[in-house]
Design a protein. Sequence first.
Length: 135
Amino acid sequence: VQAADSFTEMDLLNYFEEVGGRVYYDSDLCYETFAMGLMVGGNTIHICTAIHQGDTEELKDTIRHEVWHVVQACNNGPISENPIEMIVKATEHGWTGEGYGKPESWHFEAEAHLAAALLTPEQIKNELNNHCLSE
């Protein structure tokens, strides 16, 4: 049995795959978009390790962020109902909105940024279960 603190971002990705998700590392999509990570179609994550240039904390943040996008996809949108509140809170935690040109994506991205900043991999796994795997 693992302690909650020992459930890592890699455990989160492995769990995501165990429950039917797909994870690709340094795919062509990574190089085409220059993204840190991407969630595609609700059940596929691309983790772009090269762009992180060895910054493991940033990479772990990206993993939490992308899995949160899966949670959002299962919810058919952000979990939070107030986009302004999410954007303000995410800004307080370093989110700038840079790279997200479409304002309609800001609620999604701000919430994913905040989830990655504040939640542990175990907490994100629990939300994945709550929103994607419960009936």
